[in-house]
Design a protein around this ligand. Structure first.
Ligand SMILES: [Zn+2]
Ligand SMILES: [Zn+2]
Length: 140
């Protein structure tokens, strides 16, 4: 009857996070029992919530927050990227607020927005200097 037999034997194993819910599988990292609700697939493997936060990379943040931070750092040299960083960080913050994002990315998002604003300010200053006819040099 059960065509989709899992690796978990029907021994009444329960989810590590939800003691009342029968386990549907095992975490590929720590081997903890997970239920359908907790099982988090990532790159052809499934993880429990704590492990998924670890394997999903840097600081537990989502790719949005990581790219936002990278764009923010680059924006210090190219102001236009500051806008990209702010947009990416804002999207990630919205996702976190909606409960879909990785809360670990929160700090990264805020850093990205801060650096993005600085990058945009530097970029604007350079554009203003160009517009005022001065050579785009950084002489103090
Ligand atoms: Zn795990
Ligand atoms: Zn669960």
């Amino acid at each position: 009857m059960d065509a989709k037999a899992t690796s978990v034997p029907a021994t009444g194993a329960r989810c590590a996070q939800h003691p009342e819910t029968p386990a549907s599988g095992l975490c590929d990292r720590c081997g903890a029992f997970v239920c359908f609700e907790c099982e988090l697939p990532w790159e052809n493997r499934s993880y429990c919530p704590p492990c998924s936060h670890r394997v999903k990379g840097l600081f537990g943040g989502s790719w949005f927050s990581i790219f936002a931070a990278i764009a923010a750092f680059l924006s210090l040299g190219c102001g236009a990227l500051g806008l990209v960083a702010i947009v990416l960080a804002a999207v990630d913050l919205a996702r976190i607020a909606a409960g879909h994002g990785q809360r670990g990315g929160l700090k990264l998002d805020l850093i990205a927005i801060g650096l993005g604003v600085i990058g945009l300010a530097i970029g604007a200053a350079i554009v203003l200097r160009l517009a005022s006819g001065e050579a785009p040099s950084f002489d103090p």
